[in-house]
Design a protein around this ligand. Structure first.
Ligand code: ADP
Ligand code: MG
Length: 230
């Protein structure tokens, strides 16, 4: 089953007279259970592609499918609904809500999708446990290390059980030990629950975790290798 499929996607940004072709015609199909790295030099279009897959942005031309559903022509609210049910995000700068505790940050997507209080509590505790932070639920982000904050973000991304997690440079602001912890947790969750991960990175250690490596250069996929064969 394809969790996402991108057909001939282009994305052109216009600022005044200047046009940037961030994506020039990308085809990508990601199936259930993949742990895929998106690599390529800075400016090659990794973030733009993740934003299209994540329905945070729309292609200039081409189409985007999520779980078999054509999302290309959905309106803003329909896209937001599909995103909420199908996709979780992990960002480079963690993007936790600073005034909320770790517990409350993980709870947020469950409040937004109207999960019942008892189920919510069970799920938040389960997820904090899964990322090794059962004892940190009452801490605010500024009372946690960068690695712990990113683990809270991973727990939040997975709280509603989406099939697809998109992570944009998830270890870029972590030292190697914390980066390894975050990647180990993501890999374990992928193996245990089958949740699909697509992550942009240029950290060779992170690329080593992937079972598929897709290379972007100048807005085009130039290489796509599976099972560590590059
Ligand atoms: P990467 O994540 O691989 O570093 P990006 O997807 O962020 O690359 O950017 C691809 C290209 O698109 C770059 O040339 C970048 O400057 C440009 N770009 C990205 N986002 C915007 C934007 N919102 N407005 C204008 N140009 C953008
Ligand atoms: Mg980027």
């Amino acid at each position: 089953m394809e969790v996402t499929k991108i057909n001939q996607a282009t994305r052109v940004f216009k600022i005044g007279e200047i046009e940037t072709k961030a994506l020039r015609g990308v085809d990508l199909s990601v199936t259930d259970g993949e742990f895929t790295a998106l690599v390529g030099p800075s400016g090659s279009g990794k973030t733009t592609l993740l934003q299209l897959i994540g329905l945070l942005d729309q292609p200039t031309s081409g189409s985007v499918f999520i779980n078999g559903q054509d999302a290309t022509n959905l309106n803003r609210n329909q896209r937001a609904d599909l995103r909420k049910s199908a996709i979780g995000f992990v960002f480079q700068f963690f993007a936790l809500i600073p005034t909320l505790t770790a517990y409350e940050n993980v709870e947020m997507p469950l409040l937004l999708n109207n999960t019942k209080p008892a189920d919510r509590k069970k799920r938040v505790n389960e997820m904090l446990e899964a990322v090794g932070l059962a004892d940190r639920g009452h801490h605010r982000p500024d009372q946690l290390s960068g690695g712990q904050q990113q683990r809270v973000a991973v727990a939040r991304a997975l709280a509603t059980n989406p099939k697809l997690i998109l992570a944009d440079e998830p270890t870029a602001n972590l030292d190697s030990e914390n980066g390894k912890q975050v990647m180990d947790i993501m890999q374990r969750l992928n193996k245990e629950t089958g949740v699909t991960f697509v992550f942009a990175t240029h950290d060779p250690r992170v690329i080593g975790y992937a079972n598929r490596v897709v290379t972007l250069e100048d807005g085009l996929i130039t290489k796509d290798s599976k099972n560590g064969k590059h």
